[in-house]
Design a protein around this ligand. Structure first.
Ligand SMILES: Cc1cc2nc3c(=O)[nH]c(=O)nc-3n(C[C@H](O)[C@H](O)[C@H](O)COP(=O)(O)OP(=O)(O)OC[C@H]3O[C@@H](n4cnc5c(N)ncnc54)[C@H](O)[C@@H]3O)c2cc1C
Length: 402
């Protein structure tokens, strides 16, 4: 491995990578590998850790570990040791594409090439009360807060009158909402909160979209049956119109009382990305060229959840997943090095390996290369992919299964 060559403030301008998530971390490492450490890379993130975001639905696990969240967060310092990638902790306030510079909370950074990998934030679609009164699992801090809140709710459930149980409402019937609802319903809260705790009633509101929209019918049916067995009530066809303390209102005028509500109903680009004067797609994502370059800005790339890309083979949008972010990062790194060295760029081609949704208690459902897979083999495969990725990150290697 090449010796570390941190960017010299007085030396040549570096390639700057914004965000050390799935896209940013692997892109920075891939630029190091491809350029054999010759391109100085500065990787910027507000956190000094890489968060294993795909595991943040594991609130039962999080509730039992308290503040020990090392399993979900890998320190970046160790991961980047011995590479030409210099990590700088800071929050990106704004990006000046015309001036090739960034405003951080701690100062200004200039760049020669840029990769925008800032991920996504919850989209609340203007629903009153949603942003202020619901939980989310899109960030580790949010998932920890939710885990602690449910632990307290479950503690209190032991003393509820009669047979009453606590009620948790999950808004959004995509894979994140489904995994979360299953996790909450199947966690043994008696072991975590109080031996007399009563299992919560879990409602999964899918809104106008059907449950697990986009998945093949047999997978949806399997998942529906597993969730029903776990005690999750699925409500479809009604959007949430308002959230008040302890209540979620639906568009038919009905109101669901609840002890906690979680918003898993959608994502959009972060404000620093939405405000950029570049072509935008749905949710303010950057509508990048097939090479992942931002139109009109050679040497600037958009990668991961921030980008909107159409797969030229299927005409469908490339999904906002970790799997797609990692694949995009490989192409974007190659193209960034090509721009740096005046060579031609290549278009991104997406091949989905598979998608598996965890359903609690060692069950899962999904497809690998379009072949349906479910039950414990699917759950085992998901676990293997998660472990392979975590191991690869910790050792600074590319993952082999995702
Ligand atoms: C619960 C859950 C389960 C999921 N399960 C799967 C799955 O099974 N398979 C799958 O493929 N995908 C899954 N996903 C989706 C996947 O996590 C995302 O698509 C992936 O994280 C996108 O990678 P990214 O690099 O674009 O963004 P992220 O991984 O979110 O990284 C963005 C980075 O930017 C940093 N950042 C953001 N704003 C700023 C700022 N202003 N200043 C500095 N730093 C900033 C953040 O700290 C973060 O490190 C899941 C998501 C969730 C929430």
């Amino acid at each position: 491995m090449a010796a570390a060559r941190p960017a010299d403030p007085a030396g040549p301008l570096p390639a700057v990578v914004l965000g050390a998530g799935y896209a940013g971390l692997s892109l920075a490492q891939e630029v190091h590998r491809r350029s054999r450490g010759r391109i100085p890379v500065v990787l910027i993130d507000r956190n000094p850790v890489h968060v294993l975001r795909t595991q943040l639905y594991e609130v039962g696990e999080l509730a039992s570990t308290g503040d020990t969240t090392d399993r979900w967060a890998v320190p970046l310092a160790g991961v980047l040791e011995g590479t030409s990638v210099e990590f700088r902790q800071g929050t990106v306030r704004s990006i000046d594409l015309a001036g090739s510079s960034l405003a951080l909370d701690s100062g200004t950074v200039r760049y020669r090439a840029l990769a925008i990998c800032l991920g996504s934030v919850a989209a609340y679609y203007g629903v009153p009360g949603a942003a202020e009164l619901t939980h989310q699992v899109y960030r580790l801090s949010g998932a920890k807060k939710l885990a602690a809140a449910i632990r307290e709710i479950e503690r209190a459930s032991a003393t509820l009158p009669g047979e009453r149980r606590a009620r948790i409402v999950v808004v959004g019937g995509g894979s994140t909402g489904t995994e979360l609802a299953a996790e909450i319903a199947t966690t043994d809260w008696r072991a975590i909160a109080d031996p007399r705790a009563r299992p919560p009633d879990v409602y999964l509101l899918t809104g106008a979209l059907p449950f697990l929209s986009g998945f093949a019918a047999p997978i949806v049916e399997r998942a529906r049956r597993v969730l029903a067995r776990a005690g999750v009530t699925i409500v479809s066809g009604l959007n949430v119109t308002r959230v008040d303390p302890g209540r979620v209102a639906l568009e038919d005028g009905s109101v669901l009382a609840c002890d906690a509500a979680v918003w898993c109903a959608g994502l959009e680009a972060p404000p620093q990305v939405r405000e950029l004067p570049v072509p935008h797609g749905k949710g303010g994502r950057i509508a990048a060229a097939p090479t992942l370059e931002v139109p009109g800005h050679p040497g600037v790339f958009a990668v991961g959840d921030v980008v909107e890309l159409k797969d030229p083979n299927t005409g469908a949008f490339v999904p906002a997943t970790a799997q797609a972010a990692l694949a995009e990062a490989r192409t974007a790194a190659r193209n960034l090095v090509a721009r740096w060295t005046d060579r031609p760029l290549v278009p991104f081609e997406y091949r989905e390996r598979g998608v598996v949704v965890a359903l609690g208690l060692g069950q899962a459902a999904g497809a690998v290369r379009a072949v349906p897979i479910w039950g414990s083999p699917a759950a085992l495969l998901k676990r293997l992919v998660q472990r392979d990725y975590a191991h690869a990150v910790e050792h600074g290697e590319p993952p082999s299964l995702i």
